[in-house]
Design a protein around this ligand. Structure first.
Ligand code: ADP
Ligand code: MG
Length: 228
């Protein structure tokens, strides 16, 4: 069963009068339950690819199919629902709201979606436990370390129980100890909760936590293999 399928994906940016091709004819797929690491040097198009997979940007040509739905044929509203409920995002710089508590940051997607927070109380408790942040639930991000802030961002990405989680350099801003702890958390989210994870990274060590590796160079796939 496939989570994501990418066919002949091409992305160019227009800079001045020039069209610069960033992704050139990518074809690959990600199975349900896979933890794919996408590696490549800075500027090779990793973030661009991740945004296309999550429907945050549109390809110049080619297809992205997520859970059997072709993003290119979805209406904006359907795509936005999908981004909210079927895909979780975690970025390098956490993107938390500084004056909201940990709990409120985690529940923010629900609040923005008009959901009743009390229906999600047990899920919130569970996520606080999984991310080991229960003791900090009432504090604001200002009082947290980088690793703790990323844990909050991870809990927030999981609140709608998406099947797919996209990670853009999730430990890029952390020291190696906190980074390894976060990677272990992702590994457990992949193995114990059966989520499909796709991380982009330029770190070989971080990539090793995945089940599969896809290497990009100059916008093209140079290798694709299982990690053993
Ligand atoms: P990576 O994440 O691998 O470091 P990116 O996907 O961010 O690389 O960027 C790949 C290339 O595309 C870079 O040369 C970058 O400058 C260019 N690029 C990315 N986004 C845009 C944009 N919105 N407009 C123009 N150029 C862009
Ligand atoms: Mg990037």
């Amino acid at each position: 069963m496939k989570s994501i399928s990418v066919q002949s994906l091409y992305k160019a940016f227009k800079i001045g009068k020039e069209n610069i091709a960033v992704l050139k004819d990518l074809t690959f797929s990600v199975n349900k339950g896979e933890f794919l690491s996408i590696m490549g040097p800075s500027g090779c198009g990793k973030s661009t690819l991740l945004y296309l997979l999550g429907g945050l940007d549109k390809p110049t040509s080619g297809q992205v199919i997520v859970n059997d739905k072709n993003l290119g044929t979805l209406k904006e509203k359907e795509k936005s629902l999908m981004r909210k409920r079927e895909i979780g995002f975690v970025f390098q710089f956490y993107n938390l709201v500084p004056n909201l508590t940990v709990e409120d940051n985690i529940m923010l997607p629900l609040i923005l979606d008009g959901k009743k927070i009390k229906d999600y109380k047990s899920k919130l408790d569970k996520l606080l436990e999984v991310t080991e942040m229960a003791h900090k639930r009432k504090v604001t991000p200002r009082e947290l370390s980088g690793g703790q802030q990323q844990r909050v961002a991870i809990a927030r990405a999981l609140i709608f129980e998406p099947e797919i989680i996209l990670l853009d350099e999730p430990i890029g801003n952390l020291d190696s100890k906190s980074g390894n702890d976060i990677m272990k958390l992702f590994k457990s989210i992949n193995k114990d909760f059966g989520k499909t994870l796709i991380q982009v990274t330029h770190s070989k060590d971080a990539a090793q936590y995945g089940t599969n590796l896809l290497q990009l160079k100059d916008g093209e796939i140079v290798s694709q293999k299982a990690i053993i």
